[in-house]
Ligand binder design. Structure first.
Ligand SMILES: [Zn+2]
Length: 141
């Protein structure tokens, strides 16, 4: 997928992504993953539905059969990597990549991949498991 196109598409939900990042308390003792779905609503606009709060380095994705949630198509999924110390991976993990690539319910026609928001970069895991750096986090937020 085209990186610029992906960026353009997530721009309308930028504030919601920034809120998720801030609520994951990056770089603090309380750092924990936050995440959610970016859905296309019936008006054709993108809206964010957050997942239940995760733990330090894990978050559970709610069921999304046929790449839908609350009967809306999933366009992106996203989660944060708020642990900024060297002992934690900043970029998407192998598990992150596999969980996108191998999830039969993340294969909708509108699904563009999973965003991983870290201190430095926002990454995109494409449905085929490939990772690219979408943008510097500081320049997007
Ligand atoms: Zn992750």
């Amino acid at each position: 997928m085209n990186v610029a196109a992906a960026l353009f598409r997530i721009y309308p939900v930028r504030d919601a992504l920034r809120n998720a990042w801030e609520e994951s308390k990056p770089g603090t003792q309380d750092a924990h993953e936050e995440g959610g779905f970016v859905l296309r609503n019936f008006a054709g606009n993108l809206e964010v539905h957050r997942w239940p709060k995760g733990v330090q380095a894990n978050i559970t994705v709610p069921p999304h059969p046929s790449c839908q949630f609350k009967q809306l198509d999933v366009v992106f999924s996203f989660h944060t990597h708020p642990n900024v110390s060297d002992e934690f991976l900043q970029e998407p993990s192998e598990t992150d990549k596999r969980s996108v690539q191998e999830d039969p319910d993340l294969k909708g026609a509108l699904y563009e991949g999973e965003l991983v928001i870290s201190q430095e970069n926002i990454y995109l895991i494409s449905p085929n498991g490939e990772v690219q750096e979408l943008i510097k986090t500081s320049s997007f937020f």
